[in-house]
Design a protein around this ligand. Structure first.
Ligand SMILES: [Zn+2]
Length: 187
């Protein structure tokens, strides 16, 4: 069985990456939008250290607008996102740099309802291996219980020897239908 996502009808890409239609690709649209953004942009004069000294680890889900949902402004925070908002070794790498080189102290972890990882299992890796002939080195990190995975993620941060600040770590589930955060009680 194929584990590839179905492709939309329009704007299909060839193997070389060019569009089979003359319509602009989404990337072309983004680049055009950037022209408008830059034309109204003034240098905010910030350095790289987040103003509110917080790093947020969240799922990459398209329905989760972290800045709007949390009242954040440009320059306020680090945002570290991946599939699931899972605290992987690479997230620990980013948090370590965030705290040790760029001065953040607080960590906020955000999972959400309706996450794609709830529908996957570690079989995903096996199916990938059957399809491409190579087993990925990474774990899928799928989960069945959102709260339990948030608690595990909090624990991974709290027990990392690389981090300077492990006292202010809190985990939440964002409801994509109400926009509300719900805090997950520690284990
Ligand atoms: Zn998700």
């Amino acid at each position: 069985m194929s584990i590839s996502a179905p492709q939309p009808e329009s704007g299909r890409s060839t193997a070389a990456g060019s569009s089979v239609t003359d319509e602009p690709s989404v990337t072309d649209e983004l680049v055009a939008a950037n022209q408008g953004y830059a034309s109204g942009f003034t240098d905010p004069g910030m350095d790289a250290r987040p103003v509110r000294r917080v790093a947020i680890v969240a799922c990459m889900d398209a329905r989760l607008d972290l800045h709007a949902a949390l009242g954040l402004e440009l320059g306020d925070c680090h945002t570290i996102r991946n599939a699931g908002g899972v605290v992987t070794d690479d997230v620990i790498r980013s948090l370590t740099i965030s705290q040790r080189a760029l001065g953040t102290r607080s960590v906020v972890l955000i999972h959400h309802t309706g996450c794609g990882l709830l529908d996957l299992t570690e079989d995903f890796r096996h199916e990938l291996e059957l399809e491409v002939g190579q087993r990925p080195s990474w774990a899928v990190e799928s989960f069945r219980d959102l709260d339990q995975d948030v608690r595990q993620s909090v624990e991974r941060v709290r027990t990392s020897p690389f981090l300077l600040h492990r006292d202010d770590v809190r985990g939440f589930v964002f409801d994509v239908t109400t926009g509300l955060l719900r805090e997950v009680a520690p284990a």
